[in-house]
Design a protein around this ligand. Sequence first.
Ligand code: ADP
Length: 454
Amino acid sequence: MFKKVLIANRGEIACRIIRACHELGVQAVAVYSEPDKDSLHVKMADHAVCIGAGPNADSYLNMPNVLMAAIVSGAEAVHPGYGYFSEQAQFADALQTLGIKFIGPPVEAITQMGDKSAARDAAKRAGCPVVPGTDGPIESLEDAAELAETIGFPLLVKASAGGGGRGIRRVESPDELENQLTAAQIEADAAFGNGQVYLEKMIVGPRHVEVQIIADAYGNCVHLGERECSVQNLRHQKMIEEAPFAMLTEEVRDQMGSAAVALAKSVGYQNAGTIEFLMDKSGDFYFIEMNTRLQVEHPVTEEVTGVDIVKTQLKIAAGEELPFAQHDITWQGHSIEARITAQDPERKFAPSCGTITQWTPPDGDDVRLETHVYEGFSITPFYDPMIAKLIVTADDRSEAIRRMSSALREFKVGGIKTNIPFLIRLLDDAKYRAGDVDTTYVATLMEEGETANV
Ligand code: ADP
């Protein structure tokens, strides 16, 4: 095992990784920006290196600064967390050159799966069903018009390099194609430095179901089952995630798991990764993309399988074999994660900054909180609004919902606005309780809320 690992991230995930390091007897090095100096991850780490000013470009996304921190701290490995450099092949490659281990997949796998269009091709080759769409990026408007007719409307224009719900545009009819295509290309170029886009059939009212996989350097690859993540905000960002997907049959779980493992193996994948699928109304599922990193929602999988994904990542990166085989993995109970954000649901989810004057999180059996904040901590405008993840686990989905609902009611935060009131309303909603949700569910719930003047 490594002696010292640097965590190239901030927030709750940096704290989560530091804990895993400590449990394995590994020293943890934190990096932080000036406004993050009082963050819990800095206090928890054995060493901490300031890497610049508040804006991400000056610190967490300043590659030379992060690499320099790794060198001067003497870290043998770097865990990238999620976001930031976690899916940037260039970062993994630079570390390799420096003789520092990247805790994640090989550079080639990041490159291949990081390009959504190339990932679709890899999925097809591995026998994994993909959403009907174009093979490779769009070359011209004429091609696009022809392909669009074959795919049918509505369809989506997607950026090959897209991520985080960005770079996706909906096209309802042929006359919208040119405008949306051009807008998507410009947007993708500005956001990702890569203007390539492709077309994909839009699945109407799909569920988002994803499979967690984990693979070692010796050809062993295991799936840890699925997560249901259909509760997404208007920008396709997940709000609530569950494991397992209560309505999935054993047979479909096996099919999805096998498809995910086949794809991961076909690209020589190592470490933790997530294969995302959309499921249509008839229960057919289609690959949409692979995230070549740890996911925000990994705890729900940990809760129902008993596998510590972060510790397993560290072990694999250190050259150990996967400590379990597929037949060792079993699923018990039901786990739900709610993302707590510093946003005001009464003001269209506008970010809410300021000092936290009260922080009284819920407690009780099978209630887990992942956070980097505390009473007295100041939320600055520089970063993602997520301030905590609340995870509850119970025997079945109904009990888990009731546990989450009661935990959210116990959760008292003062000084800033949070999305907790909205989450409570969502958890109480009959449709959510019945499991009758798809990726358009939150939009509908918000409209209802506005009508009711909530
Ligand atoms: P990102 O990498 O930005 O997260 P994804 O390709 O994973 O983008 O898509 C994000 C979300 O957008 C999905 O969870 C789903 O809600 C929606 N989406 C993506 N592709 C389709 C599609 N073909 N049909 C319908 N909805 C889609």
